[in-house]
Design a protein around this ligand. Structure first.
Ligand code: PGA
Length: 257
């Protein structure tokens, strides 16, 4: 089964508009002369999407995604951004990032609804799941992951599920520099795949791309990808540095060489 690895850069709200446009150019420059085996996606803020998406099309080095989208398509939702607004610019969208779960009240139900909405607009969802520190310390990681994956399995049809990327991000590892043991990540990834295989079959489960995210840096990236591990990485802080992000892309490529 030929599954393409995936590296996603989540720029969050770290830069100005100008800073984001400059970073997109710098990333394209650092990718000159290198053809990634992985799909590479960057997720700037909403306002920079049109400019960066049109640049990305010309540069041909990476694709563009949104960091979040509102779960209703249209209506009286002051301050929200509709799928129709992002659609001309993105082919990907992060759904249920833990920061959006905390700040924008995104629940597992909303995640499912958003995935369906995105699928109807042909945008590939990257769904973030993961346990809090309390859940980990209370030995409830498996329970949490099972419940989150079950929501997807029960509510998405086969085609939507296979086109959904699942990003396992232990919430306590995001932006903290605290890393999970690679074996623990591999166990969670196995668990997710087994759950999908139990509903469908192993071959189907193998087709789904599962990423790891949380404090990924060039110094620690390779331990989480390849073999029974993740099919790629969701990178926050390090994706703001073109050289670091390039090094991470190369590590993922190597893991799948
Ligand atoms: P981080 O962020 O790499 O800065 O920990 C990852 C994420 O939030 O997806």
């Amino acid at each position: 089964m030929n599954k393409k690895p995936l590296v996603v850069g989540n720029w969050k709200m770290e830069l100005s508009y100008k800073g984001e446009v400059e970073l997109a150019h710098a990333l394209a420059d650092s990718l000159k002369g290198y053809v990634p085996k992985s799909d590479v996606v960057i997720c700037p803020s909403y306002v920079a999407l049109p400019e960066i998406a049109s640049f990305a099309k010309k540069a041909g080095k990476f694709e563009v995604g949104a960091q979040h989208v509102f779960w209703e398509e249209k209506g009286a939702f002051t301050g929200q951004i509709s799928v129709n607004s992002i659609k001309p610019h993105v082919s990907w969208c992060i759904v249920g990032h833990s920061e959006a779960r905390m700040m924008a009240g995104v629940t597992d139900d909303i995640v499912v609804g958003t995935v369906k909405l995105l699928k109807s607009h042909n945008i590939a969802p990257i769904v973030c799941i993961g346990e809090t520190r309390e859940e980990r310390e209370g030995d409830r990681t498996v329970e949490k992951i099972r419940a989150q994956v079950d929501m997807l399995i029960q509510n998405l049809d086969r085609t939507s599920l296979v086109q959904t990327v699942i990003a396992y991000e232990p919430i306590w590892a995001i932006g903290s520099g605290v890393l999970p043991e690679p074996d623990d990540v591999a166990q969670v990834i196995l668990l997710i795949r087994k759950q999908i295989a139990d509903r469908y079959d192993q071959a189907f489960a193998e087709r789904i791309r599962i990423l790891y995210g949380g404090s990924v840096k060039p110094e620690n990236d390779s331990q989480y990808v390849g073999g029974p591990n993740a099919d790629g990485l969701l990178v926050g802080g390090a994706s703001l540095h073109p050289q670091k992000f390039l090094d991470i892309i190369k590590s993922v490529d190597e893991a799948f060489a």
